[in-house]
Design a protein around this ligand. Structure first.
Ligand SMILES: Cc1cc2nc3c(=O)[nH]c(=O)nc-3n(C[C@H](O)[C@H](O)[C@H](O)COP(=O)(O)OP(=O)(O)OC[C@H]3O[C@@H](n4cnc5c(N)ncnc54)[C@H](O)[C@@H]3O)c2cc1C
Length: 371
């Protein structure tokens, strides 16, 4: 049931918000804004096409104690069905500035991330080509320090323009203050700040970052580890690999109606990793020592598959299932609700825990519901 006092408070500030330039209102459900195509009805959906509009809307809602959900591309969100007691603020400011001489690229938070990558690569700048094809907005990229194919945005991120929600201060902050780590920053799960823009230092020589990911390096015919190749070629290779795994969002392909990798790769103690590997003597069980610790990172996809969940696995009535191309993507087969996705997530997680004693942690941000 909707908290009516919030609806009332929103009605009181509504005239102030619609008067702001760059603000439009709608009452669309969040299922229309997520790549999982699930999510309930917020109090309102407020689209902001400028940084000033975001600042005005968020600070006004905060001052009136109305919960706000910042939404970029909706590609890392699992939002409850039914009513959702928040105002969804859609970040839609999308200017991108490229400095060819210095290699500095700035993007407003609502710029489509892959368009930032495409423009940078086409402009002869290297450094983010491995992050091609990741859905969503530039502003969300620091939130979980997006990464793929051996690269993370922390490799190139210099600073972010933040709206601090406790003080209302809008300032550029060095990337080092975000505690960027594997699929983590201190912005994730905290909602403490809104990213208004990002800045990255790229390579003006047009070459890629060193190729660190075996599958990608092999597909490009790299002969030695850490080679750099033309960023344009690396981007094409990454997009081809991602498409084959259903990891490029495509509204016509239900294998991509997902939140990407649903679970992070678990870090376990070395003994547990050894026990698991010993059960599969004929296989190269993926294991990556975590530097400076006794711990080992394992592959969530491998654990899911070897716990008995094949690609395409569904729970009755089949509305939600694992992607037919990738075991780590939980997908909406067309008619799923959030409850269907969550049931599947719980089932897979319990199966892996029962088989291997490893509890997988979800990667997306959960709103109004828990695993
Ligand atoms: C097919 C597919 C493939 C994917 N592959 C990858 C991958 O390879 N690597 C990877 O790391 N991720 C991947 N993802 C996950 C997702 O694309 C990224 O996490 C992406 O950065 C999310 O961006 P978004 O704009 O869609 O964020 P949203 O889903 O809109 O939001 C995610 C979180 O960030 C917050 N947020 C969004 N914008 C802002 C902002 N401007 N300021 C503050 N907070 C904000 C939201 O409130 C929410 O908490 C994939 C997802 C899909 C569907």
């Amino acid at each position: 049931m909707r908290d009516l006092s919030l609806t009332q408070k929103f009605a009181e500030i509504y005239p102030e918000l619609v008067a702001v330039a760059g603000v439009t209102m709608s009452d669309e459900p969040l299922s229309q804004r997520t790549t999982l195509h699930v999510g309930g009805q917020p109090i309102a959906t407020v689209t902001c096409t400028s940084i000033e509009a975001i600042v005005a809307v968020v600070t006004t809602c905060d001052a009136n104690h109305i919960p706000v959900l910042i939404v970029g591309g909706g590609s890392n969100l699992v939002i409850a069905d039914g009513t959702v007691d928040c105002v969804a603020v859609l970040v839609a400011c999308d200017e991108i500035t490229v400095n060819l001489a210095t290699g500095l690229v700035q993007a407003e938070a609502g710029a489509v991330w892959d368009e930032v990558v495409e423009l940078a690569v086409a402009s002869g700048l290297g450094g983010i080509e491995c992050l091609s094809g990741i859905p969503g907005s530039a502003g969300a990229v620091p939130v979980q320090n997006v990464g793929a194919y051996g690269a993370e945005v922390s490799d190139v991120l210099t600073r972010v323009r933040l709206l601090h929600r406790d003080t209302g201060i809008d300032e550029w902050v060095p990337a080092s203050e975000l505690e960027l780590a594997y699929r983590y920053s201190n912005l994730k799960f905290t909602s403490r700040a809104v990213v208004l823009a990002i800045e990255m230092q790229l390579n003006p020589d047009g070459l890629s970052a060193p190729l660190r990911y075996g599958e990608l390096a092999r597909s490009l015919g790299a002969t030695a580890g850490g080679q750099r190749q033309p960023a344009t070629q690396v981007r094409e290779a990454v997009l081809a690999l991602r498409r084959a795994k259903g990891m490029v969002y495509d509204v016509t392909d239900h294998d991509t109606w997902s939140a990407g990798s649903f679970f992070t790769n678990p870090v376990v103690d070395a003994e547990r990793a050894e026990q698991i590997a010993a059960r599969f003597p004929d296989q190269q069980v993926p294991r990556y020592p975590v530097a400076g610790t006794e711990e080992v990172k394992m592959s969530a996809a491998w654990l899911i598959q070897h716990a008995g969940f094949d690609k395409g696995f569904t729970l009755p009535p089949g509305r939600a299932g694992l992607s037919t191309k990738h075991t780590l993507a939980l997908t909406n087969r067309g008619e799923a609700t959030t409850a269907d996705i969550v049931d599947l997530a719980r089932h897979v997680r319990a199966g892996v825990a029962a088989e291997f004693g490893v509890l997988l942690e979800p990667e997306p941000v959960w709103i109004g519901i828990e695993i």
